[in-house]
Design a protein around this ligand. Structure first.
Ligand SMILES: C[S@@+](CC[C@H](N)C(=O)[O-])C[C@H]1O[C@@H](n2cnc3c(N)ncnc32)[C@H](O)[C@@H]1O
Length: 280
């Protein structure tokens, strides 16, 4: 029997995709996470689901990279908190020395810290202010996480990123996380979130994703192929939806010359939200 990909193992695949077109993704350090097993997983995933997945992941990284750089330049963001950070490398590709908080499952954080320490020693990465926190978003009580972030963040203006994570969580985990964001953030702070819409569930490409997940992903009991309607973001308590993009609109923005066969794209949606009420 072939070895299944763990949920956190998917983070290697997204890194591998970002390394494929650095000019677009801007992730010039993603290559560090590559190895033959990751390459094999990435190739079998793209072949089974959509050959446009590597491109889609480069677009997604570029969109958030550009947004974060703009907001940091305007001094609207002083700390970036990446929930389900996986092996994303924003702290190293964003030049400004702001504060970074990386949150993920224990295994991912331990592995990421060990590898980064090694690469820093070898001079392969610039030195940055990064805090690492372990958390499991499936747990019913995230108070310890809230307190740990509050302690590091203080009153700094924040942007929270939730990228490539919601598909793996249940609806109740999602509400709990957005409640936590609301408790953490101040008026004028930002959230960037990524999810699939229920509309995609009818498409053949989503069926291919489900088939791939069924035979290749080691799921947990809370996994239910979550999709999230636009109305979730439009009606989110305490937040205003500032911008809504998807893979197709980002392709138009960054590579207008590229022809994309819509039906073959696993179209992901990117939402930029701003907190519009005082802290609860
Ligand atoms: C597809 S990867 C995306 C990683 C990164 N955000 C990116 O865009 O490259 C999904 C990430 O979500 C994390 N994740 C999934 N379920 C989680 C949970 N219950 N608690 C904490 N992290 C979780 C995984 O460990 C993994 O790093």
């Amino acid at each position: 029997m072939h070895q299944k990909i763990t949920i956190h193992g998917t983070a290697f695949v997204t890194s591998f995709f970002r390394a494929g077109d650095v000019e677009l993704s801007k992730d010039r350090y993603a290559y560090l996470w590559a190895n033959p097993t990751v390459e094999e997983h990435a190739a079998s995933y793209s072949a089974a689901v959509s050959t446009y997945e590597p491109y889609a992941h480069c677009l997604r990284n570029r969109y958030f990279y550009d947004k974060m750089v703009q907001l940091i330049e305007k001094e609207s963001v002083e700390v970036l908190i990446n929930f389900g950070c996986g092996f994303s490398m924003y702290p190293f590709i964003i030049e400004k020395d702001i504060l970074f908080i990386e949150v993920d499952k224990k295994d991912v954080i331990a592995y990421k810290k060990a590898r980064l320490t090694n690469w820093l020693k070898q001079g392969l990465l610039p030195s940055k202010y990064i805090h690492y926190l372990e958390a499991d978003f499936n747990q019913p009580d995230l108070t310890h996480l809230l307190q740990a972030i509050q302690k590091i963040k203080g009153t700094k203006k924040s942007m929270i990123l939730l990228e490539g994570v919601l598909f793996f969580l249940a609806a109740e985990d999602t509400y709990r996380l957005f409640d936590l964001f609301n408790s953490l953030q101040e008026k004028g702070d930002y959230v960037g979130s990524v999810s699939f819409t229920p509309h995609l569930e009818k498409e053949e490409v989503f069926g291919k994703l489900i088939n791939f997940v069924e035979s290749n992903l080691q799921k947990n009991h809370q996994f239910q192929y979550q999709t999230v309607p636009d109305t979730f973001y439009q009606n989110l308590d305490g937040y205003e939806l500032l911008e809504h993009q998807d893979t197709l609109s980002l392709s138009q923005k960054y590579r207008p010359e590229k022809v994309l066969p819509k039906s073959e794209v696993l179209n992901e949606h990117m939402y930029l939200l701003m907190k519009n009420t005082d802290k609860q």
